[in-house]
Design a protein around this ligand. Structure first.
Ligand code: CS2
Length: 463
């Protein structure tokens, strides 16, 4: 029996749930790129805010490409469960905030109608790092956006024109991706696209809309068929959109909304004046450690974060990367305790119930590495410090994109493979992080950094 509005009563009493009238809530949020992370993070905060008394924050999710989320959620009336797992008994909550999922490519007008609706106040998004089409130096790749079509820029530009012409007013655009200074980055890229297609729309956007920066954090492994069977065995109802996650969740949002907003702060989100210290620490310590676990772990034949952090060589390497390199390159906010943060991250990585696949984290490295490692290397370079463990991780990634661990899942895989073909092991460091390298822009390595990188490559290389 499939989960839906008609079968909610079959769920065991132990499943926590909302008591607001779902169908009476207006749609206040459109989410672009709805996937497992959104279901376990923004949708939960919004459901909790409505359960605590706030109203009219129904979410319409949009997939920019694949129909998978629509096919999971719409037959279930948008309902799904989130199960938190750690060593104690799992805790499940039924989430009621998502009302509908639209596949933007086939039903463009449904998405457009929702985006221009006066009730819609916020557009949240998780389009992944590559969805922003930025170059390693952070600038928008206009040609790539034009070629791709159907990007967030296309949908928002059309919606802005509709809202401007109807006098509906602006929107708050909330990037929930692991991109450094994500609000500022979104505002700059969107501004560049609008100026390119219609400068008057660029001015409307600049005066009517805001793009607060956010730090989002929750570890959400890709859901497997076995996970769905386990959840079904516990709940007695089949939930094709179920997600499993850790108990921890954090959301820090810059206080810069264009209009109304849900009381996310009443249910644990932090609304602050400046997100940067939290966001930078998260990207360089959590995500930086994750990527290091991924490439060092895959190189040693390991499969999950939990296995990699328990490995006698990789565990201490990654801990040093986090404490002695990433944290050492940060300027913490008053009261921000980076030592305690590192302790908490190590405990979260060690959660044996999550089975977070290293392959999942290892995808799209060319898009993740600039803000996770290169920014950290640059901050340390400016302080005159060397980062041997980050350089180890970088060497492991270079071998990974040569194809040492199988097919490479990265939008720049072909360019990286071509760099290996023409430069070989002796030239690959320059071909990637040199002045004209594929990832140039975020870090200016010193000669000694390149020497260490070349040594690490030689040590790891098994060919
Ligand atoms: C991970 C993140 O897949 C990845 O690249 O590092 O998804 C990570 O799990 C989240 O950012 C945690 O908040």
């Amino acid at each position: 029996m499939r989960l839906s509005a008609a079968t909610i009563d079959r769920l065991p009493a132990s499943v926590a749930r909302f008591d607001y009238d779902r169908m009476a809530q207006r749609i206040g949020i459109v989410h672009l790129g709805i996937g497992a992370f959104t279901r376990a993070h923004q949708a939960v905060f919004t459901d909790l805010a409505m359960a605590a008394g706030d109203r009219d924050w129904g979410i319409v999710g949009a997939s920019l490409r694949s129909p998978a989320a629509r096919d999971m959620l719409n037959p279930q009336d948008g309902l799904f469960t989130v199960t938190e797992t750690a060593t104690d008994a799992p805790q499940t909550r039924l989430i009621g905030s998502v009302r509908d999922v639209i596949v933007a490519s086939t039903t463009n007008d449904d998405l457009h109608r929702t985006l221009v609706s006066p009730a819609t106040a916020i557009v949240t998004m998780t389009v992944t790092e590559k969805g922003y089409h930025r170059r390693p130096d952070g600038s928008l790749d206009l040609a790539a956006v034009g070629q791709a079509g159907g990007t967030l820029y296309h949908h928002l530009a059309r919606a802005f024109a509709g809202r401007r012409d109807a006098g509906t007013g602006g929107l708050t655009l909330l990037s929930c991706d692991n991109v450094a200074d994500n609000g500022r980055a979104l505002a700059a890229s969107l501004g560049a696209w609008l100026d390119h297609i219609d400068p008057t729309l660029g001015s409307w956007f600049a005066s009517e809309c805001t793009c607060p920066s956010t730090m989002v954090d929750r570890i959400v492994p890709a859901v497997t068929p076995t996970d769905l069977d386990t959840v079904e065995a516990r709940l007695g109802v089949r939930d094709e959109a179920a997600v499993l996650t850790e108990p921890f969740a954090q959301w820090v949002i810059e206080d810069d909304f264009a209009g109304r907003r849900p009381s996310w702060d009443a249910v644990g989100a932090q609304i602050v004046a400046n997100v940067a210290p939290y966001e930078t620490a998260k990207l360089r310590m959590l995500n930086g450690a994750h990527s290091a676990l991924a490439y060092l772990g895959l190189h040693r034949g390991l499969a999950s974060v939990h296995e990699a952090i328990s490995d006698p060589v990789i565990g201490p390497t990654v801990e040093r990367l986090m404490r002695d390199e990433a944290a050492a390159g940060l300027d913490p906010a008053p009261g921000q305790d980076l030592t305690a943060y590192a302790d908490a991250l190590l405990a979260r990585f060690a959660n044996p119930t999550l089975r977070h696949a290293l392959r999942q984290i290892g995808s799209d490295g060319s898009q993740k590495i600039p803000q996770r490692w290169l920014a950290s290397l640059e901050a340390n370079r400016l302080r005159g410090r060397t980062c041997p463990e980050t350089l180890s991780a970088l060497a492991a990634w270079m071998l990974h994109v040569r194809g040492d661990g199988g097919p490479v899942d990265d939008p720049r895989a072909a360019e990286l493979a071509a760099a290996w073909d023409s430069a070989g092991r002796d030239g690959i460091v320059d071909a990637i992080v040199g002045e004209r390298g594929l990832l140039a822009g975020a870090w200016r390595p010193r000669v000694q950094d390149k020497v260490i990188l070349a040594e690490k490559l030689a040590t790891f290389d098994r060919r």
